[in-house]
Design a protein around this ligand. Structure first.
Ligand SMILES: [Zn+2]
Length: 597
């Protein structure tokens, strides 16, 4: 048991619509499995995230509906909060980027970078509408992408190839309002001086151990071609630029990506303020032996392994030009950037616009959260792109969860309940009994090691292998044939129940909902694996209401160790923990997918 401070920094889902299972496979489930394991191992976890609500796509959606960006953000924030909570993701705080606290911290980081000379003003070409003479926000300019040739690229990014753009880069730029060609005039913007972090980012990356090789190599490759990136944009929705002459301008804001990554820090500070100790966040951000793990899909590596570390180094005064820390004090860099690959769906790329999608909400309306969590952990896109198929989902659910793990629980508890009505008292153990207990108890070390390094697929496979050993033990010992030898039968059932209890602990990070039920089937009371809850709060500074995900996780009973079952604990007949799915769901789901339901 240790007592490390571990920050779990989870990618911020973008609030332009509900999230699909590809999203939660990349950032959601892996970050929660990690956090739950670390809490069970005795570490002090702070898991934070929220909805990312600024930027062009939300303003475009608002324009299309004729509502304010805030209305779009409010609606999707609430949907996403509901989905992530239903999936059992145990955030200490899941908030949003439209809080006053977030704006203040984003501005503080900008000012700290400016003070140390890592953000600088530069005259650049901005678009204005020739007919009105007013600034044309990035989203109102479209044209041909200079990188991929897609004709519907917007002024700040191309939705086809995903690259960030400047409006002046577009080929044949035109106004989306009236089709006129924008006029580009000189105006000032602020830039993050990324080349001034070439050495410091490289030194930091050189000290990183245990990263997935593709993530580390990708991050190191970025260093060969660092260019300044605009920190401010022509947009009216976002965090104001905290400078005289800029603060009140409606058309200049901090670029959405540069405020979104600050969210890890601002959410930690918001959590501390809500806890009653406004400095509590410092344990995770400023003590030298605290660790910080960042979880995301691979399309976000650049912002977590390059941009955010550069922002932190610059704020700390540790970029290539030195400096001094800002008023918050020195902030820790990531320990590891844990990036997943992509999930596809029946061989197709997820696409909300092309209806190749299944939203978390729809999934959870038909299937259990633990069934999805298990699929993601055991067969998800941990280190390579992975295809979600309904046939494989059905197989994993029916063969592994129902026939493997669920059957072991059900057989063992029901035999003990029927014959003894309680956890039986064991007699002398045989070699077979001892071998099983040594297998289940011996699994905590290696599986914990895998989970601490985010090798979750291997950890889930190993846990299910131990379940297989327990199933084999039960078949070999056949307690149902021991009517004439109740003492031996009780020893076998006690041993099997202890193995179930151990396996339940090993599977708790993956399957928190069923772990709680199995804890109760074994006669346990109270909270074993805690569930997150949605709480309605008000903004700490401006009073506006919003929902957050939070929870009481520290008092849970789950620990990463074998806990001896107490003989005599009453047991009653179990109901099945997992639901067997009918084969017909495969055809039904494929029909839904084809019809874009
Ligand atoms: Zn493109």
């Amino acid at each position: 048991m240790s007592d490390r401070h571990i920050l779990t920094a989870v990618a911020w889902p973008y609030a332009n619509g509900p999230r699909h299972i590809g999203h939660v496979s990349g950032f959601g489930v892996p970050s929660d499995v990690f956090s739950r394991y670390q809490r069970m191992a005795g570490n002090r976890v702070l898991m934070v995230s929220g909805t990312d609500e600024h930027g062009t796509p939300i303003t475009v959606a608002a324009d299309a509906e004729g509502v304010s960006p805030r209305e779009i953000a409010d609606r999707n924030n609430r949907l996403i909060v509901g989905d992530l909570q239903a999936l059992g993701l145990s955030y200490d705080l899941f908030t949003r980027t439209t809080t006053a606290n977030h704006a203040a911290i984003s501005q503080e980081i900008f000012l700290g970078l400016l003070k140390n000379g890592y953000v600088f003003p530069k005259t650049t070409l901005g678009a204005i509408s020739p007919s009105t003479g007013r600034t044309l926000p990035d989203r109102y300019i479209e044209g041909t992408c200079p990188i991929c040739g897609y004709d519907g690229a917007r002024g700040d990014q191309c939705d086809n190839c995903g690259n960030q753009l400047d409006p002046v880069d577009l080929i044949n730029p035109r106004s989306r309002i009236n089709g006129e060609t924008p006029r580009f005039v000189e105006e000032e913007h602020y830039f993050l001086d990324l080349p001034a972090f070439t050495r410091s980012l490289g030194d930091w990356l050189d000290t990183r151990r245990g990263w997935r090789p593709n993530v580390l190599n990708f991050a190191k490759n970025l260093l060969t071609d660092l260019k300044p990136r605009s920190y401010t944009r022509d947009i009216d929705w976002g965090v104001p630029v905290p400078l005289d002459g800029w603060r009140d301008r409606p058309d200049k804001r901090i670029y959405v990506w540069f405020d979104a990554v600050v969210g890890y820090l601002s959410a930690s500070i918001e959590w501390a303020r809500r806890s009653g100790d406004g400095d509590a966040w410092r344990q995770w951000w400023q003590t030298p032996d605290a660790d910080a793990y960042y979880f995301m899909g691979k399309d976000n590596i650049v912002f977590h392994a390059e941009i955010w570390p550069a922002q932190l180094l610059g704020y700390d005064g540790e970029g290539d030009r030195g400096g001094t820390p800002g008023s918050l004090g020195r902030l820790n860099l990531p320990t590891e950037v844990v990036s997943s690959e992509f999930l596809t769906m029946e061989g197709r790329k997820f696409s909300s616009s092309r209806q190749v999608v299944i939203y978390v909400r729809d999934f959870l309306a038909r299937y259990d959260a633990d069934a999805l969590r298990y699929f993601v952990a055991a067969a998800g896109p941990e280190t390579q792109d992975t295809d979600f198929t309904w046939a494989e989902f059905l197989r994993r659910n029916n063969d592994e969860l129902v026939a493997g793990w669920g059957n072991l629980v059900n057989r063992t508890v029901s035999m003990a309940a029927k014959n003894v009505g309680a956890v039986p008292t064991p007699g002398d153990l045989t070699d077979a009994d001892r071998a099983l207990l040594s297998a289940t108890q011996g699994a905590f070390g290696p599986i914990g090691e895998l989970l601490s390094r985010n090798r979750q697929k291997a950890a889930a496979t190993e846990a299910m292998r131990v379940v297989g050993e327990a199933n084999k033990y039960l078949s070999d010992q056949a307690p149902w044939k021991l009517k004439e030898d109740p003492a031996r039968r009780d020893t076998v059932l006690h041993t099997a129940l202890q193995a179930v209890s151990d396996c339940n602990a090993l599977l708790t990070p993956f399957l928190p909902h069923s772990a709680q039920r199995i804890h109760e089937l074994l006669g346990g009371t109270g909270v074993w694996s805690p569930a997150p809850r949605t709480e309605e709060v008000t903004d700490l500074d401006d009073g506006s209401p919003y929902p957050v995900i939070t929870g009481d996780y520290a008092s849970a009973q789950a620990v990463w160790a074998s806990r001896p079952l107490e003989s005599g604990t009453p047991l009653s007949a179990p109901t099945p923990v997992f639901r067997k799915l009918d084969e017909s769901i495969v055809a039904e789901e494929l029909r839904r997918l084809d019809e874009g339901e």
